[in-house]
Design a protein around this ligand. Structure first.
Ligand code: HEC
Length: 97
């Protein structure tokens, strides 16, 4: 009985893993929206994040964090996140139109 429950739980986890990543990414990204616009769509000079390719997003954040990519404010705003969290945010932004 226990084995069956574990299998069911594992199946449900696989199914919901992608939705979970997007939700978690949305939460992590909520502090970015003040500059990058609601839903990652910016109306001003700051680039929009909605629809960015995940790999490009993750690389950008890593380069801001290391200082390899020049930035005005993004050096500061890229700090405090792990690569796994960049991946979650990238998943979220890539899903936005
Ligand atoms: C204070 C305003 C501000 C906040 C908050 C902010 N950003 Fe930025 N972001 C910018 C600006 C301005 C740029 C252009 C690069 C620069 O000058 O730093 C930028 C550039 C970027 C880029 C590069 C986009 C591209 O098309 O190459 C990414 C990715 C990015 N930000 C992600 C984020 C994420 C993720 C967060 C939240 C953790 C965030 N930003 C929070 C202002 C902000």
């Amino acid at each position: 009985m226990h084995k069956i429950l574990i299998l069911l739980a594992a199946g449900a986890t696989l199914l919901s893993a992608n939705a979970f990543a997007v939700e978690r990414g949305e939460l992590l990204a909520s502090s970015c929206m003040s500059c990058h616009g609601p839903g990652g769509k910016s109306k001003g000079a700051i680039p929009s994040l909605a629809g960015l390719e995940k790999a490009y997003f993750v690389k950008s954040m890593q380069d801001f964090k290391s200082g390899a990519r020049p930035a005005s404010v993004m050096h500061r705003h890229s700090k405090g996140y792990t690569d796994a969290e960049y991946a979650l945010m990238g998943e979220y932004f890539s899903k936005l139109k």
